[in-house]
Design a protein around this ligand. Sequence first.
Ligand code: GLA
Length: 389
Amino acid sequence: MPIAAIAADFHRRFGHEPLLVRAPGRINLIGEHTDYNDGLVLPAAINKEIFFAVGLNGSDTVRLVSFDKADAYDVAVADVAPSKHLWANYLLGVVAQFQKHGVAVPGFDCVFGGNVPMGAGMSSSAAIECGLAFALNELLHTGFDRMTLAKMGQQAEHTYAGVMSGLMDQFASLHGRAGHVVRLDCRSFDYEYFPFAADQYHLVLCNSGVKHSLASSEYNKRRQECTQGVAVLQKTHPEIKSLRDATLAQVEAAHDAMGDVVYRRCRYVVQENQRVQEACDALKANDMAAVGQAMFGSHAGLRDDYQVSCPELDALVEMARPLPGVLGARMMGGGFGGCTINLVAVAEVDAFVAAMEKAFELRYHDKLETYHTVIVGGVSELRDATVAA
Ligand code: GLA
């Protein structure tokens, strides 16, 4: 039970009473690389979580402990800046955001750890950012709403981790609702919850085992390519502010002016926004076969047009496709590794996992890691270290 161990470690090291917080990782049913294009995403918070024990310490020093890495980092509040302890940067970036919002952050102690696999596309970094942002907001009574905390987490990612991410991951960690996926409009920040019929279908993740280390530089490159595409479109359509505004016909017409690579990036984003909308309509109509088809379409676009997949992810999708009870499968998250997400009929889940393990073993001579996700609520305080997780 990680929270009990984390709370005990906090007591042993610091000897005062902490606030306990859990912050979930996320899945994304569909809507990849659309968030930073003002588009639509459909994520959910899941039962892979980071736990925190955080308390003010009456000094001017921030004392951070990564329970899982068994590493500590101390810094004076006035000296908070990106550090060589990469794990600490997600936390320090959040402290810097509070400071930027005019909060005089006092010294505090923080021990954190959990079970969100790193580099597997479940947004462990967003969970770390959002958990601390929530904890500081409580301890300092700063009254920021959850959307503001999510944006602060996103800014921490930009400034301290160097990834120019969209808002999806931090939004999902803070706004998750048990049993629901949530569509976020990344332009208006409106969101809507859709029930997910967990009694009939499961979302199973298959880990390619490829850590997405290339992801940050390629990620930022994709973002730039989208900006280039918008600049081309604006020459003939000044009203287009982002790819959210563009139609497929407008993108087609700009093919030559954009060049093939930028054209493909833009085409993918416009089509992916359509697929999110289709998936939401299908969810409302309980047409899960159509949700699954949208997922397969998403994967094809990510593989061929957006080019953020990798051979192992493609292989996992092809292994899943013919199996009984599989409605949809696709790579999930930023790409270049991490997991596929599979929409599987409940009755077939065990056979699905067994068949995937067998196929993966045959091809890669390695054991496939799978995760049965449960959709849970967003970041919350834990009142009792012994009942969590
Ligand atoms: C990463 C980013 C998100 C989003 C996804 C791709 O998870 O943090 O903002 O862009 O990639 O959909």
